[in-house]
Design a protein around this ligand. Sequence first.
Ligand code: ATR
Length: 270
Amino acid sequence: MTDRYAVVGNPVAHSRSPAIHAAFARQTGEDILYSRLLAPLDNFARTVAGFFDAGGKGVNVTLPFKGEAARLATKLSERARRAEAANTLRFDVDGIYGDNTDGPGLVRDLTVNLGAALAGRRVLLIGAGGAASGVVGALLGTGVARLVIANRTRERAEALARRHGAPVAACGLEDLGGEPFDVLINATSAGLAGAALPLPAGAVAPGAFAYDMAYGPLAEPFLAAAGLAGAARLADGLGMLVEQAAESFLVWRGIRPDSAPVLAELRAAR
Ligand code: ATR
């Protein structure tokens, strides 16, 4: 029997996850069906429970439910526990297993697909919400020389940094400019509102790499600002989307698909 999976979010209509997982299923021969599931903002848990009761095997979770997903899980991976956010739920016989594949997805896209070194580099993560919290642990795991979290609301950046211990620093957006970074990652939702982030030239080291975790037009305001501030390489988060999906596929099916041809197909279809 075909195993069913879905991406749950609000909004979810534009999610590219169904196409990505369909490609993974074709490639690996796994018999799965993957759809979109719109959850009412106040009814995430019931939407997931309904899918589970109907025979669903697992879900990906996107905005704005990643925190709720972590709380819904009865067992969490270490990386999801630290992030206090889950983007992957697997329905096991003994409960709901929650994981977060955003961090490994981002790191793999940066280091493998884009060839951006992280070890020994000064890294700036902008944002302190669900998207940012999912990737701090994985960034630290690459051996960065320094990781600073900058957020509009400084207290949220400080709280996120505290959860990860001494190597992580925090500041407000208005504090940026005095210290240059080699890699700058936008994990805010400012692009959703078409808002540009203030990015002073002093924050961008010569030859810096700027990355936006969003993809397509949503990534453009930040990447344009980073380019103006002197970043030499710019990339949106389409590769991260494919890589986190490949990690989720592994959590569900025990097999990691080859992400490269799927990413190439998506880029070509743009
Ligand atoms: P997500 O799961 O996408 O991270 P979130 O938890 O609502 O969503 O967090 C949104 C992030 O984008 C936060 O870091 C937010 O800053 P605040 O903590 O100060 O709210 C940031 N953000 C959203 N709009 C922004 C804007 N116009 N300028 C700067 N930061 C913005």
